[in-house]
Design a protein around this ligand. Structure first.
Ligand code: FMN
Length: 321
C-alpha cells in the first residue's frame, strides 16, 4: 500500500519507544512482518548541537527500512535546523513527537506539553515541513488532561501546514499509561482530516488490531509494548487480518533463538559492554511465560558478559529438546 506517498508492505507499524526501538529490534520487527518501524525519539536540541549520543539514535541501515526517525523539540527554528540535519540520513519519514508524557520532556515544553499550545505545535510542524523534502508525520496524544481533549483541532492544524500523516495514541498526558486508550478519538480524528491516520494504544493481540481498524477506520495500526520480546506479533496480526487464522505461538526454542539473534545483533551494533546493559531487559521479555523463566532470569541478571548469557540461553534450548 502507499502510505503518505511511500510504499509500505502492510499497515502494521512498530511504535517509537525510547530505550527499546533501536536498530537491532527494528530489524527483527521488520523481519517479523512490520510494515514500518520508528526510531527512538531524537532530541532536536541535541541534533543541532551535533551531540554524538543523539545522532547515534538516527543511524540505521537498509535492513531497517522503511523507517521513520522521530524528533522532539519545543522550538520551531531549532526543529527546522534539526530536521535539515536528520534529512541527511535519508529516512523514509520524519515524525514529530507531540505525545511524550515524560516529565523531563514536558518540562522543556516538548512532547505532550505542546498540546497546551496548539499555535506553537503548528509552528514547529510548519518549520519541519519547510525544512525537508521528506514526508513529515506527527504522533499525538488526546490532549493534556481530561478537561482539554484537543487532538482533533491539533490534527487539523497539522494537516493545514502540510503534515502528511498522523498517529493518535488516545490517552492524555496526565493518564501517562494508565486507563484505557479511547479508540473513539482515533475515529474522530480520521473523520476530521483527509491525511492517513494511524491508530495506537493497547493493541496486544490480532483481534485487537482487527477491532481497532473496524472501530476507527484508521489506515494503519501501531504496536508498542506488545511487540517487545515478541516481534512475531506483526506476522500473527497480518495473517489473522488476511485469513482469520491464528498462527500458533512460537515454541520456547524459537523464542530463545530469536532472543539470541537479537543479542548478537545488539553486540554487533554496540559492542559487548553496552549490549550487556541494554539487552537484559529485552531478554526478560522473551522469557516471559516460559517454564523455569524465573530461574533463568536470575542467572541472566547475575551474568557479567554476553558470552555467559548466550551459554545460559543455549543450554535452555537443549534442555527443551
Ligand atoms: C518504554 C516506552 C518508550 C516510549 N517511547 C516513546 C517515544 O520515544 N516516542 C513516542 O512517540 N512514544 C513513545 N512511547 C509511546 C509508544 O509509542 C506508544 O504510543 C504507547 O506505548 C502505546 O502503544 P502500546 O499500547 O501499543 O504500547 C513509549 C512507550 C513506552 C512503553
Amino acid at each position: 500500500m502507499i502510505f503518505a506517498g511511500v510504499y509500505i508492505k502492510n499497515p502494521l507499524f512498530l511504535a517509537p519507544m525510547a530505550g527499546w526501538s533501536d536498530g537491532p529490534f527494528r530489524r527483527l520487527c521488520l523481519q517479523g512482518g512490520a510494515g514500518l518501524v520508528y526510531s527512538e525519539m531524537i532530541s532536536a536540541d541535541g541534533t543541532v548541537r551535533l551531540q554524538k549520543k543523539t545522532l547515534d539514535l538516527a543511524r540505521f541501515d537498509d535492513h531497517q527500512r522503511p523507517i521513520s526517525l522521530q524528533m522532539f523539540g519545543a522550538d520551531a527554528a531549532i526543529m527546522s535546523t534539526a530536521v535539515e540535519i536528520i534529512s541527511r540520513y535519508a529516512p523514509d519519514f520524519i515524525d514529530l513527537n507531540f505525545g511524550c508524557p515524560a516529565r523531563k520532556i514536558v518540562k522543556r515544553g516538548a512532547g505532550a506539553a505542546l498540546l497546551k499550545d496548539l499555535s506553537l505545535l503548528q509552528k514547529i510542524a510548519a518549520a519541519a515541513v519547510k525544512a525537508t523534502h521528506i514526508p513529515i508525520t506527527a504522533k499525538l496524544r488526546s490532549g493534556w488532561d481530561g478537561e482539554s481533549i484537543n487532538v482533533v483541532q491539533a490534527a487539523q492544524r497539522l494537516q493545514d501546514v502540510g503534515v502528511k500523516a498522523l498517529c493518535v495514541h488516545p490517552r492524555t498526558q496526565t493518564m501517562q499509561f494508565r486507563g484505557a486508550a479511547d479508540w473513539q478519538l482515533i475515529s474522530e480524528v480520521k473523520k476530521a482530516v483527509s491525511i492517513p491516520v494511524v491508530g495506537n494504544g493497547d493493541v496486544r493481540k490480532p483481534e485487537d488490531a482487527k477491532k481497532m481498524f473496524a472501530q476507527s477506520n484508521c489506515d494503519a495500526v501501531m504496536i508498542g509494548r506488545a511487540a517487545c520480546g515478541n516481534p512475531w506479533i506483526f506476522e500473527q496480526i497480518n495473517t489473522f487480518l488476511q485469513t482469520g487464522e491464528r498462527l500458533p505461538a512460537p515454541t520456547a526454542s524459537h523464542r530463545i533463538e530469536m532472543c539470541l539473534l537479537h543479542l548478537h545483533q545488539s553486540i554487533e551494533t554496540y559492542g559487548e559492554k553496552r549490549a550487556l546493559s541494554l539487552m537484559k531487559k529485552q531478554i526478560f521479555l522473551y522469557l516471559r511465560g516460559l517454564t523455569n523463566a524465573a530461574e533463568i532470569r536470575k542467572q541472566i541478571l547475575a551474568a557479567n558478559c554476553t558470552m555467559d548469557i548466550s551459554t545460559i540461553l543455549e543450554s535452555y534450548i537443549h534442555s527443551q529438546s
